[in-house]
Design a protein around this ligand. Structure first.
Ligand SMILES: [Zn+2]
Length: 428
């Protein structure tokens, strides 16, 4: 496991660290198990279908991305061997810890006490910078923005909520649309997606006719950061930690629950999450055991007014793989309890339309691999909200998948403007 102590030691070892070979080319002889890193970055191919990919996802490895028949995973040498024995082609592409080191900049000049992104990535927002940004939006656009909170994270950080609409202080009879971001800690590009959306629908009001039309006819809710504890931990010590889960301690001494396996609909039902606390997809000891999920669920529950759920459509942003995903994740079936043929067709039609706008690939969530207890299954299964998961840029790649340079923020967030507008239109 990666620690701050290790980062401090690295400063002294900077000269040698930079010369360490951290990647093996495709044709190079692979290291033996004894040489393989504790956390290796592997490219797994040979999974024939979603059932095979589910087996990979459930083997305990950390799946970074999956697309076009290849999965990028972080695994121990033993886990890699298990996958090989299952018939997968498992290619070591690097040492995850060393790749994180390199991605975090020159260790010699690293400021391990700074609560900011590594040098060169300061364009990303920390938790405090996010709070300042949305407070400014609420102050500068008081007529159309109201800022509140859905609760606090495990470590006590605020989980803010923004509402953007005309007559924002009144609960008007307009369709409500929810955008949620940064559920997985290291997926920092998604926080930028929510902040960009806030900026677009506030700064553009009164000048951009499309924006003005949506603000006047919809009630737009944004929860920009569902996992602030994990996101802050991920940039602690001046370097990226590769962290996914929240920061809630577990009974076995490990840390973190996968928030996106902790929702109450068919929680833990179907082999799409892990019961092992140290797993990257640990579902928690019970459904809604994380304060973050409890807060999100309570907010959505609270939007049932007069027996009718006011939120009509939702996107939860993740990285990476460039996919538009829809429920269900817990089953390979398209039509099942809680999903009629007509409902599935609507998910597919709108999902395909949005993917046509941003160039992503559309599919049912379980077409990738089975997940259970995720937010989209709950939003639809519990509340019949048209709920999508976007896996943002890039389409593939290893360490850069989670940590694209901040120059990518503007092009990769504006890229989804058209898809966001399609969702807002279809919420009517
Ligand atoms: Zn994610």
């Amino acid at each position: 496991m990666f620690t701050k102590r290790r980062a401090l030691g690295l400063a002294a070892a900077a000269a040698t660290a930079l010369m360490v070979v951290t990647a093996w080319s495709a044709g190079a002889q692979e290291p033996t198990a004894a040489q393989a890193p504790d956390r290796g970055l592997y490219r797994v191919t040979g999974a024939q279908d979603a059932q095979d990919r589910t087996a990979v996802a459930n083997s305990g490895v950390d799946v970074l991305g999956a697309r076009d028949g290849a999965m990028e995973v972080v695994a121990s040498p033993a886990q890699a061997d298990v996958l090989r024995k299952q018939g997968m082609t498992v290619e070591l592409t690097g040492d995850f810890a060393k790749l994180l080191d390199e991605r975090s900049g020159d260790p010699a000049t690293r400021d391990v006490s700074a609560a900011d992104f590594p040098a060169g990535d300061e364009g990303y927002h920390t938790h405090d910078e996010m709070l300042a940004e949305i407070s400014a939006a609420a102050t500068d656009h008081a007529a159309i923005v109201s800022k509140s909170s859905i609760g606090s994270s495990f470590e006590g950080r605020d989980l803010p909520l923004l509402k953007i609409s005309d007559n924002v202080g009144t609960d008007e009879a307009e369709p409500e649309v929810l955008f949620t971001c940064n559920m997985h800690a290291r997926e920092h590009l998604t926080l930028e997606m929510c902040l960009h959306t806030i900026q677009r629908f506030t700064d553009g009001y009164g000048t951009d006719p499309t924006v003005t039309g949506f603000v006047d006819s919809r009630e737009i809710y944004v929860i920009p950061q569902q996992n602030p504890d994990g996101a802050e931990f991920d940039i602690s010590g001046g370097e990226y930690q590769g962290w996914r889960k929240n920061r809630q301690p577990n009974s076995d001494g490990s840390v973190g629950t996968d928030i996106n396996r902790n929702f109450a609909y068919n929680w833990g039902c179907c082999g799409g999450s892990s019961g092992s606390p140290s797993s990257e997809t640990y579902r928690g000891p019970s459904a809604v055991s994380t304060p973050e999920v409890a807060a999100v669920q309570a907010f959505v529950d609270s939007r049932v007014v007069g027996g009718v759920q006011q939120i009509k459509a939702h996107i939860d942003f993740h990285t990476f793989s460039e996919l538009v995903l829809w429920p269900f994740g817990y089953t390979f079936d398209t039509v099942t309890d809680g999903m009629t043929q007509e409902e599935y067709q609507r998910f597919q039609d709108i999902g395909t339309q949005m993917a046509g706008s941003n160039g992503y690939t559309p599919m049912q969530s379980s077409g990738l691999y089975i997940t259970d207890g995720d937010i989209n299954d709950w939003m639809w299964g519990q509340h019949k909200v048209l709920s999508y998961c976007f896996e943002m840029y890039p389409s593939g790649g290893g360490i850069d998948g989670f940590y694209p340079p901040d120059e990518d923020i503007v092009p990769q967030t504006t890229r989804n403007d058209g898809a966001v507008d399609i969702l807002l239109t279809n919420a009517g």
